[in-house]
Structure formats: structure tokens, C-alpha cells
Design a protein around this ligand. Structure first.
Ligand code: UD1
Length: 359
């Protein structure tokens, strides 16, 4: 059986790594790894592949950046001949980035089976490109691997046949569980006792000059209460410079994007995480670190109901009061989330192998 994996952007790598490893333990499975090149800076891609101990990609499509239409179309036209030549039995796509939907569309037109890892998540906010990518990818997929019961319900509500849905848990947590001990060696020796770890890259926060200005000013203000460590996504770095926004304050530290292990160590030791990322809502919930999410909605509601996540939306005064509440020791306790146990990829491998007879 030939399984082809498609990755392209930073959050794909930690999801694909455990699935590649789990399928490598199964006899009779041949694997191919295709990197679309959506993310190409070494600190957004290469360092992740190395630290996650992934095999080098068999091919990089080198698509690079562009508008959504251009990037998606470029991935599709470069990926189609790869599928035609390599004839995989199953293509696995991950998460909700443009590489995910582009690869799914190509395969469904070529009638190659698609498995979607992290299926069923819905924010119900169609202004987010990721929500469109999720809905379409799920409609195209033959195997839908979900992280939680809410995702199963979303899919059934959209008419997906229950026999295609497999609740396996969270593959990103598999990677976290495996690498947490190793990451602690990457903890800087000069870390402040209390700090907020910040990431921002959503268009709704960083593409709008008054919003980004307000967020940077708030971080500068909060840095009077605790140090702020802010690894800056390339998109955000570009916007700060394009809009010529002030971003300096004594304890506000903007830095280049971190590797997986460095970042995990920073997350684990943080007093609070402030973010608009999807994956960090999950990682902080698992680690028991308070998370304040600068979004109006989340496709990961279980991180709010069972985890440490709190939605802040666009309310800056709520952000400030929540940070101060956490500094005063009033911390939301997390419960463990079913199937987020480090074995999701093994469950995916079992489903894939069970389906071999369908080929
Ligand atoms: C993409 C995903 C988003 C995910 C995020 C994680 C989509 C629609 N969005 O957003 O869901 O949360 O990745 O990082 O797929 N750039 C570089 N170097 C790189 C990559 C990007 O400088 O290696 C810059 C380019 O100017 C590019 C911009 O960042 O135009 C945005 O990159 P893009 O891949 O379009 O989207 P992300 O914002 O990274």
C-alpha cells in the first residue's frame, strides 16, 4: 500500500510527523512525503522537519507565497502530475491551510482516496480562509480523522456519512508528548520568572493597522507587569514594518520565529499565553498553561470547555483584566481531554491498514 502525505505550512509538520512514524511501523506500507513549499524560510520549515525527525521530503513543489487563489492554484497544478505519476492508494492531508485544500481537490478529481487529519473543526466564521479550507477538504475526503466529539457532530450535521468518520484524538498532542522532555533542554537560562508568550499572525489582527497598533501598545503596557516574549511570524513582521508601528518597550521582546523545541519549552514555562493560533489553544490546554485567545470564535471549543483557553475577541480591556487576574493567581484549571493521549497517530494507522482491503 502506498500512502502519500502532503505538508506545506508550519502547523502541518507536527501533525504529519507522528502519522509518518506510526505508518513506518506497519509492514507493507510505502510512504511518500510531498512538501508544497507554502512555507519556505528555514525557521518556518527545515528546522521543524529536523527536530521532528521527519524523513526529508521526496519532493518540494516550491510554490512559495502569493494570494490565496494564486497559491492554491499553483499547488494544484504542480501537485497533479505528482499524483498521476506516483499513483498513491491514499493521500493524507493535514489541518486547514491552503496546501490541505489544494491537495484534496487534486486527488478527488483524480479519484484518489483522501484522508483528512484534523477533520470536522468549525469556527462558523467564513471570513477565515481556514474555515473555507476545512469545509471543502472534509467534503472531499474519504477518511475523516477527528480530534474530538464536537468535530464528529459538525461533520454529521453537514451530511458526512458516519462510516467515514474516525475519532482518533489529537496528533499534535502526540508530538508534544513525545518531545516535551527533550524540549526542556532548550529552555533559556535567563528566562524571567514570569512572562507572557505571545504569537499573532491572523489577518484579522495583523493586516489592519489600527488593530495591530492597539495590540502592540497593549503589549507594551502589559510589559510593565510581566515580561512579554513575542516570536514574530514573517507576515506580522512585514506588517509592523509596512505600517511603521512602534514596538519597543523595556520588557517587550520581539524575536525571530522559534524552532519547535525552543517554542515548546517557552510555552511550558509561560505564566500566560496570548495568541491567535489554533494549535496553541490545544497545546496550552494540555500543558495546563492559561491561554487568552485574541479571536471572536474558535474551531476548538473543547479547549474552552475542558482546557485553559478563554476567548478574548477584540476586547482590549478584557485582555488586560484577564492577564492581571492570572498574575493574581486566579487560574482556570484544565481537565484531561479524551483521546489527547499521545496515541492518535497509532489509531490513524490502524484505520488506514484496516482499509487496505478496500483498494
Ligand atoms: C498559514 C495558514 C494559517 C496557519 C499559518 C501558520 C493558510 C490560508 N494560512 O498562514 O492557517 O495558521 O500558516 O504559520 O494556509 N512568509 C515568509 N516566509 C515563509 C512563509 C511565509 O516570509 O516561509 C510570509 C510571506 O510574505 C507570505 C506571508 O508570510 O505572504 C503569509 O504566508 P502564507 O503561507 O500565505 O500564510 P500564513 O499567514 O503563514
Amino acid at each position: 500500500m502506498h500512502v502519500l502525505h502532503v505538508v506545506g505550512a508550519r502547523p502541518n509538520f507536527m501533525k504529519a510527523a507522528p502519522v509518518l512514524a506510526a505508518l513506518a511501523r506497519v509492514s507493507g506500507v510505502r510512504q511518500t512525503l510531498i512538501h508544497t513549499g507554502q512555507h519556505y524560510d528555514s525557521n518556518m520549515s527545515d528546522v521543524f522537519l529536523q527536530q521532528l525527525e521527519m524523513p526529508p521530503p521526496d519532493l518540494n513543489l516550491d510554490v512559495g507565497s502569493g494570494s490565496h487563489a494564486r497559491q492554491t492554484a499553483e499547488i494544484m497544478s504542480r501537485f497533479e502530475p505528482v499524483v498521476t505519476e506516483r499513483r498513491p492508494d491514499l493521500v493524507l492531508v493535514y489541518g486547514d491551510v491552503n496546501s490541505t485544500v489544494a491537495a484534496g481537490l487534486v486527488c478527488s478529481k483524480l479519484q484518489v482516496r483522501v484522508g483528512h487529519v484534523e477533520a470536522g473543526l468549525r469556527s462558523r466564521d467564513r471570513s477565515m480562509p481556514e474555515e473555507i479550507n476545512r469545509i471543502i477538504t472534509d467534503q472531499l475526503s474519504d477518511l475523516l480523522f477527528t480530534p474530538s466529539a464536537d468535530a464528529d457532530e459538525n461533520l454529521q450535521h453537514e451530511g458526512v456519512d458516519a462510516s467515514k468518520i474516525h475519532r482518533v484524538g489529537n496528533v499534535m498532542i502526540d508530538t508534544l508528548v513525545r518531545l516535551l522532555p527533550q524540549s526542556l533542554r532548550y529552555k533559556p537560562h535567563d528566562l524571567p520568572a514570569r512572562y507572557a508568550l505571545v504569537t499573532l499572525h491572523r489577518p484579522s489582527n495583523v493586516d489592519n493597522p489600527p488593530r495591530l497598533r492597539e495590540l502592540l501598545a497593549t503589549l507594551a503596557e502589559l510589559s510593565q507587569d510581566l515580561a512579554i516574549l513575542f516570536p514574530v511570524h514573517p507576515r506580522t513582521r512585514q506588517r509592523i514594518s509596512e505600517f511603521e508601528l512602534p514596538h519597543t518597550a523595556a520588557r517587550l521582546c520581539l524575536m525571530d520565529p522559534k524552532s519547535y523545541l525552543e517554542f515548546l519549552a517557552l510555552q511550558q514555562g509561560a505564566t500566560v499565553v496570548i495568541t491567535d493560533s489554533g494549535g496553541m489553544q490545544e497545546e496550552t490546554s494540555f500543558l495546563g498553561v492559561p491561554c487568552l485567545t485574541l479571536r471572536e470564535n474558535t474551531e476548538r471549543p473543547i479547549t474552552v470547555s475542558l482546557g485553559t483557553n478563554r476567548l478574548i475577541g477584540r476586547d482590549i480591556s478584557l485582555l488586560k483584566s484577564e492577564v492581571r487576574r492570572i498574575l493574581a493567581g486566579d487560574i482556570k484549571k484544565a481537565s484531561s481531554i479524551p483521546l489527547w493521549d499521545g496515541h492518535a497517530a497509532d489509531r490513524i494507522a490502524q484505520v488506514v491498514v484496516r482499509g487496505k482491503h478496500l483498494l
